[in-house]
Design a protein around this ligand. Sequence first.
Ligand SMILES: Nc1ncnc2c1ncn2[C@@H]1O[C@H](COP(=O)(O)OP(=O)(O)O)[C@@H](O)[C@H]1O
Ligand SMILES: O=C(O)C1=C[C@@H](OP(=O)(O)O)[C@@H](O)[C@H](O)C1
Ligand SMILES: [Mg+2]
Length: 172
Amino acid sequence: MNIVLIGYMGSGKSLIGSALASILEFDYIDLDDYIENQEKKTISEIFDDKGEIYFRKQEHTYLKDVLQKNDTVISLGGGTPCFAGNMDLIIEAEKVKSIYLQTSLEELTHRLLSERSKRPLIAHLTNEDDLKDFIRKHLFERSFYYNQSDIKVQTDQKTVETIVTEIRSKLF
Ligand SMILES: Nc1ncnc2c1ncn2[C@@H]1O[C@H](COP(=O)(O)OP(=O)(O)O)[C@@H](O)[C@H]1O
Ligand SMILES: O=C(O)C1=C[C@@H](OP(=O)(O)O)[C@@H](O)[C@H](O)C1
Ligand SMILES: [Mg+2]
C-alpha cells in the first residue's frame, strides 16, 4: 500500500509524512524533494527559470513515477492534486490511501508567514493580512480536490505524534 498526504501549503505534509513513514517502517518520498533532485534545482529556481506551467508538467510526470512505488508514504506539494488530473490519478491508483491534512486559515497563515521564501506562490506576500486573504481564496478553490481524499485529519493544536496516531487508527 502507498499513503499519499494531501493538503494546503503549511498543513504539515512534509513533517507528518516522514514521521508516519518511520513509524510504519515505510519508505518516504517528499514529491517536492524528488522534483528538486530530478531537476537539480530548488522549487523556487524552477518557478523562476521555467515558470509554473513547466513545474506542473514535471510534477505530473514525477507523481506518476512515485505512485509506482510500494509501501511508501508520499507527501505531495499543496498544488499537486489540483492540476493535470492528478487527483483522479491518485483516486484510481491501486492500493493508495489518500489523507487530507486539514488546517485552519489562522494556523496556516501563522505557519506560512515565516516560511514564505521557499514557496514561490506566496513569497511576495509580506503582509499578514494579504497572506491571509490569499490563503482564504486559494484554499477555497483547492478544497474541491482535497475533499476527495479517503481520510481527513484535523491538525490544529495537535502534535506530530497525535496526528500520526490518528492517521494510523483511521488507516488500519
Ligand atoms: N502539527 C504541527 N504542529 C506544529 N507545527 C507544525 C505542525 N505541522 C507542521 N508544522 C510546521 O509548519 C511548517 C510547515 O510544515 P510542512 O511540513 O513543511 O508543510 P507542508 O509540507 O504541508 O507545506 C513547518 O515549520 C512545520 O514544522
Ligand atoms: O501549493 C502549491 O502549489 C505548492 C506547494 C509547495 O509544496 P508544500 O505544500 O509542501 O509547501 C510546492 O510544491 C510549490 O511551492 C507549489
Ligand atoms: Mg512540503
